[in-house]
Ligand binder design. Structure first.
Ligand code: AN7
Length: 348
């Protein structure tokens, strides 16, 4: 069983003897071959299913590092702004560490499962009437004025921990893939993957950095449009972000790897969620399904080279947001409790 990323990859991370090795056994998530989608798209596709982390998203990789460092530096509490997953993770690791956690959320735009997580892990949850970008400004102000450790990806330790996913992929494949396709919100994770692959390249553990394909939702696509967006809107609330904190790092990462940013519509995201679940048996949250949607889109545009090895980063678990999944899924068939009725349905 995994002992968490600080124990597994400690020698590659900026830890000291005094850094507590917190662990909820995060990381070591499966790299699942997408057998049927690979056939459909004539590629070798894998899903790095980070929805199987302890709180159901990739955020645990960075949060274990950020909260451990906050403890080392004597923090008495942590704070974050979040579209949902960061708050779930911050709340869980704070509970584990035994320190208070303040969570600031954009009111009305967080998936119910994520809100439930933050509350059940015991965070103080504050819903703010504004979008994520404004909420993050307020979290930064609180951190500056009140000396509470901020654990958003403005905290460099977050991105350090998130590098671990790129190392796991290389360790498992024996090298880096041709492409890495990843959803982009605040643009931290794509930057962390770049740094992680680059670090492994320097150690001779992979032969190149993959082409990085960053995917956004059409209504929240500042990286694609090349300008910040004041009123982002998408069904994929995790990436409903108009001013990505790490936009410069992410632009550089994409440029250096001759990758690209692209966007997909809400309709394409929801269709991809059903396609991924029904075709290869993986239920990922809408933001994560932008990756699958983008591959389908590129295939239609004849821009997906045949035979390449592609890793899609499925950042979060579909169970966090069943309401959205059910928007397009078929409804259950309801019948009377009679054998005749059941037999009729089963014969259809
Ligand atoms: C499932 O939780 O920003 O580009 O506050 O939850 O590194 O921001 C979440 C982001 C992708 C985007 N997929 O990653 C938050 C938050 C899922 C996410 C992203 C998020 P970044």
């Amino acid at each position: 069983m995994s002992n968490g990323i600080l124990n597994k990859y400690g020698s590659l991370l900026p830890l000291t003897e005094k850094t507590p090795r917190l662990s909820l056994c995060e990381g070591d998530t499966p790299l699942i071959p997408l057998k049927n989608i690979s056939n459909d798209l004539e590629i070798k596709a894998y899903a790095k299913f980070d929805g199987l982390n302890p709180t159901g998203s990739f955020k645990d990789r960075g949060m274990v590092m950020a909260v451990s460092k906050a403890l080392e530096e004597g923090a008495k509490a942590v704070i974050c702004a979040s579209t949902g997953n960061t708050s779930a993770s911050a709340a869980a690791y704070s509970a584990h560490a035994g320190i208070p956690c303040f969570v600031l959320l954009p009111a009305g735009n967080v998936a119910l499962g994520k809100l439930a997580q933050a509350l059940i892990y015991g965070a103080r949850v504050i819903a703010i009437k504004g979008n994520f970008d404004r909420v993050l400004e307020l979290a930064r102000q609180a951190s500056g004025d009140m000396g509470i450790a901020i654990v958003n990806s403005v905290n460099p330790y977050r991105l350090w921990g998130q590098r671990s996913a790129s190392w796991e992929i290389c360790d498992e494949l024996g090298d880096s893939p041709d492409w890495l396709v990843i959803p982009v919100g605040n643009a931290g994770n794509i930057s962390a993957y770049y740094d992680g692959f680059d670090q492994y390249l320097g150690m001779g553990k992979c032969s190149s950095i993959p082409r990085l394909i960053g995917v956004q939702a059409e209504g929240a696509a500042p990286m694609v449009k090349g300008c910040m967006i004041s009123d982002p809107e998408t069904v994929a609330t995790a990436i409903r972000i108009g001013c990505p904190v790490s936009h410069l790092k992410a632009s550089n990462a994409v440029k250096q790897t001759e990758g690209r940013f692209l966007s997909v519509s809400d309709e394409e995201i929801l269709q991809a969620q059903i396609y991924l679940a029904g075709r290869d048996g993986i239920f990922a949250e809408p933001a994560s399904c932008t990756t699958i949607a983008s591959l389908v889109k590129l295939k239609k545009l004849h821009s997906l080279p045949v035979g390449i090895k592609v890793v899609c980063v499925l950042t979060g678990n579909g169970l966090k947001d069943p309401d959205t999944a059910l928007l397009k899924a078929p409804s259950p068939i309801e019948i009377n409790a009679e054998w005749e009725s059941l037999r009729e349905v089963l014969q259809q």
